[in-house]
Design a protein around this ligand. Structure first.
Ligand code: ZN
Length: 257
């Protein structure tokens, strides 16, 4: 049994094949998927999709790459939705800072901080997106006294930085990076991290696997990511698989057993 802790199943590229894909996922024992939102315009569609499929969960939030249509009122809408949302809403996300996003950093920080405050208010973990802004994000999490923790998705970086995030209650979403022969530093970090700090994710349709860069990534690739992760770790595959599920359920309150 596996859980994809980060997949954009609501993206249009999945629309046509979605029902078939959900069936294939079940056959491969990928029992649950967590769908992080990227912007306000996606929130209601994600909620509807999850209401129709009990095995799907979601986060609501504004991603730093999707600030073009951002409006101050979005926070009020987000707050209302978080307040009234059903049990399938398990996170605020994905949120964070990205050096390569178009929006200026000041706006990114304002949006990030407001969403941290909402996560704190509603006792929800966050799904964190960070690109080349690790120390600033650590600083913000500390000054905001953020206590809910969450998942640092698509982590890459050093063991020392990873341990700083662990101290603040974060675990790491491990995705396609473990399939790339050249990502030596990150793979070394992942091999050393405490087993309790790892979750599986695909980030589909983004983050394609090694040698599949021309294709859309699919949540079905979760099993390949698991196999590559197992090669980096000393634990047996069954022990690793069990622990990955346990870790996911420690962060996100998923109802099923
Ligand atoms: Zn994502």
């Amino acid at each position: 049994m596996f859980i994809d802790s980060h997949c954009h199943l609501d993206f249009p590229c999945f629309t046509v094949q979605r029902d078939l894909l959900l069936q294939q996922l079940q056959e491969k024992k990928i029992t649950n998927i967590i769908i992080p939102a990227t912007q306000k315009s996606s929130w209601s569609a994600i909620q509807k999709l999850c209401l129709n499929h009990a095995q799907l969960y979601y986060g609501l939030g504004i991603h730093p790459h999707f600030l073009d249509n951002f409006h101050q009122d979005d926070f009020q809408v987000l707050e209302l939705l978080l307040k009234s949302s059903e049990k399938q809403c398990v996170a605020v996300g994905e949120i964070g800072l990205d050096k390569y996003a178009d929006a200026d950093l000041q706006l990114q920080e304002t949006v990030f901080i407001r969403q941290l405050q909402l996560a704190e208010k509603f006792d929800l973990p966050i799904i964190l997106h960070v690109v080349k802004k690790q120390s600033r994000v650590l600083q913000i999490l500390k000054t905001q006294k953020f206590t809910q923790g969450g998942v640092y998705h698509a982590f890459s970086g050093s063991y020392e930085v990873a341990m700083e995030f662990i101290k603040l209650g974060f675990k790491f979403g491990i995705g396609a990076v473990v399939t790339y022969p050249n990502s030596t530093k990150t793979k070394q970090t992942i091999s050393r991290l405490p087993i309790e700090s790892l979750l599986l994710e695909t980030d589909a349709p983004d983050m394609p696997l090694y040698q599949q860069q021309q294709k859309y990534n699919s949540p079905l690739n979760l099993l390949t990511i698991f196999e590559s992760l197992a090669l980096l770790r000393n634990e047996s595959k069954s022990c690793l698989a069990t622990q990955l599920i346990k870790n996911t359920k420690t962060i996100f309150s998923l109802n099923n057993d």
